[in-house]
Write a protein that binds this ligand. Sequence first.
Ligand SMILES: Cc1cc2nc3c(=O)[nH]c(=O)nc-3n(C[C@H](O)[C@H](O)[C@H](O)COP(=O)(O)OP(=O)(O)OC[C@H]3O[C@@H](n4cnc5c(N)ncnc54)[C@H](O)[C@@H]3O)c2cc1C
Length: 376
Amino acid sequence: MDLTWSAAEDEFRDEARAWLEANVPRGLPSGDTREGFARHLEWERLLFENRWAVVSWPEKYGGRDGSLWEWLIFEEEYYRAGCPQRVTQNGIFLLAPTVFEFGTPEQQDHILPRMAAAEELWCQGWSEPNAGSDLAGIQSRATKVDGGWLLNGQKTWTTRGAFCTHLFGLFRSDPASERHKGLTYVLVPLDTEGVTVRGFGRLDGDEGFADVFFSDAFVPDDAVLGGVDNGWSVAMATTGSERGLTLRSPGRFLATTSRLLQLDRSLHPPRGGAMRQRLVEAWMRAEAYQLFTLDTVTRLSEGGSVGAESSINKIWWSELDVDLHELALDLLGPEAQLEGLWSKGYQFSLSGPIYAGTNEIQRNIAAERLLGLPKA
Ligand SMILES: Cc1cc2nc3c(=O)[nH]c(=O)nc-3n(C[C@H](O)[C@H](O)[C@H](O)COP(=O)(O)OP(=O)(O)OC[C@H]3O[C@@H](n4cnc5c(N)ncnc54)[C@H](O)[C@@H]3O)c2cc1C
């Protein structure tokens, strides 16, 4: 692994840094509220107009034909400049890599440019009231009819579902099948007749979630991504992106660590002793994540793939996020009650060990698939 950046990569970093510093929007309301989401979309569209929305995608879809290295650099600069969460993340970071891998050329040409431009906004429809960790236990159905499929059932915990225009979901297409077999990955416009979206609030007060109900909602055959009854493999590719490389890049944690160090320097009297130990440890863990990611990208650039290791990755970033925010609250002491940003970040960090598959499940995967331990 060569840890030096090339002159072209340094130049790319300088260009990204200059643009982001000049354009970063300040003080946006949470993207998990209706008003905040609309404001974030303005930002997403500005990113797109300046070809910063999806730097590693082909130019014809609005990208810069950049490498994964350039994507990592961009992410680092994005968080360094204090830019806001990407409300398009479930499209550009989860669905898009799956569309690149499994989509037909027609699907790619239709979906990707609209996604990059933040015209079509995607949410993830996997969890159901009785199927979260046990995703293979889903009950929503896709029934074959002339020219397409009728969808029935309910999805829940759909992040930003109330604000999005499209959903990628997993449905049981073979009624005689069980568990991982007979599932199909379907792409659904949310304004389809028979689809009802009902937003609901999160514990932190933001209206970030939705229930999505399907009642004989018709989608055409070309709404299937990656083949009928092949949904589990397609979904696992999405999961690899969610837990592995794209959803939570190291830039986010490097930036949080650097904000923590600034916070520590701003405190009077300075906190010493155990707090200093924790700060150093936090910094080392963020750096370790960066190095691990560089190793992953090296592997991918050489034609490798991310497999069950994505589970370890997910445990690492989600636990690191909780610890970084806990440390901030401990540094602030009682003042944390009055401060907004770290407390809000802390509340959200607590959901990290749950979404993208709980950490208990990730530990089971690591135990069984990486360490070869017997099934739990
Ligand atoms: C912020 C947030 C955003 C989300 N966004 C989305 C989204 O956009 N789309 C979507 O489809 N879903 C989304 N989810 C749902 C998420 O995927 C589920 O919450 C998660 O998979 C857990 O499922 P569950 O809530 O049904 O809990 P359960 O599966 O009921 O689990 C309850 C507890 O039991 C433990 N457990 C269950 N089975 C085992 C086992 N075999 N071994 C050990 N422990 C076990 C779990 O780890 C957990 O602690 C989101 C969740 C959160 C918190």
